[in-house]
Design a protein around this ligand. Structure first.
Ligand SMILES: [Fe+2]
Length: 208
């Protein structure tokens, strides 16, 4: 009996050895929400909203990474301004990624996180690995913004209808407004204006 007690005592000894390479079953499956939360939002509402937020998250993560690709690979006379602009937008999209992911967790859901899962989920067209011209970079970014805006407006309205004011506020105040502003900054670079000589001035100068 005494021996048994000593054995169980030694088993409980604290060891300085880290327990490495551990694996275990998930504690919550993707696509589910915690059923009991004091949020005054029913489980089916939170399932619906977190599913749509995960789509928005996958697309926002993809747009964020597309900005970094463009930041690194941009070339040409507008290199400096676009290099800086793309990184500024990257940082703003990165903040949105965190806000959307944490909103999903707040609602009791599970956020997408890893690149492979994001790649399977996003609706944004995959660009080639190589470098593309500036107008193509800008067009890809604007197309990606459009996909995000397209889903954000109905998502904001649906969240408001279901009583999820927090999600409505996040999508309207942060996602939609940030994307609208960034679309404006990109689109202005695709307006074909003369850089040195005004077109009208050249025409009247030719007539005289
Ligand atoms: Fe950089």
């Amino acid at each position: 009996m005494a021996k048994k007690q000593n054995e169980s005592k030694s088993n409980r000894n604290v060891s300085p050895q880290p327990r490495l390479h551990q694996r275990a079953r998930e504690t919550q499956s993707y696509g589910t929400v915690r059923y009991a939360l004091p949020l005054e939002l029913e489980e089916p509402v939170r399932v619906q909203i977190t599913n749509q937020l995960n789509q928005l998250l996958a697309d926002t993560m993809t747009l964020r990474d597309l900005y970094k690709k463009c930041h690194w690979q941009v070339a040409g006379p507008t290199f400096y301004q676009l290099h800086l602009l793309f990184d500024k937008h990257y940082g703003e999209q990165n903040e949105l990624v965190d806000s959307i992911a944490e909103r999903i967790q707040m609602l009791g859901g599970i956020s997408l996180a890893m690149a492979a899962d994001v790649a399977e989920t996003t609706q944004i067209e995959r660009p080639p690995r190589g470098r593309e011209e500036v107008p193509v970079q800008l067009s890809r970014l604007i197309d990606a913004h459009q996909i995000i805006i397209q889903q954000s407006r109905p998502l904001a309205r649906r969240a408001a209808e279901l009583g999820d004011d927090g999600t409505n506020d996040l999508v309207v105040s942060d996602v939609i407004r940030t994307n609208e502003l960034q679309i404006w900054f990109l689109s202005e670079h695709l307006v074909d204006v003369p850089l040195v000589e005004a077109k009208e001035r050249a025409a009247s100068a030719g007539a005289s």
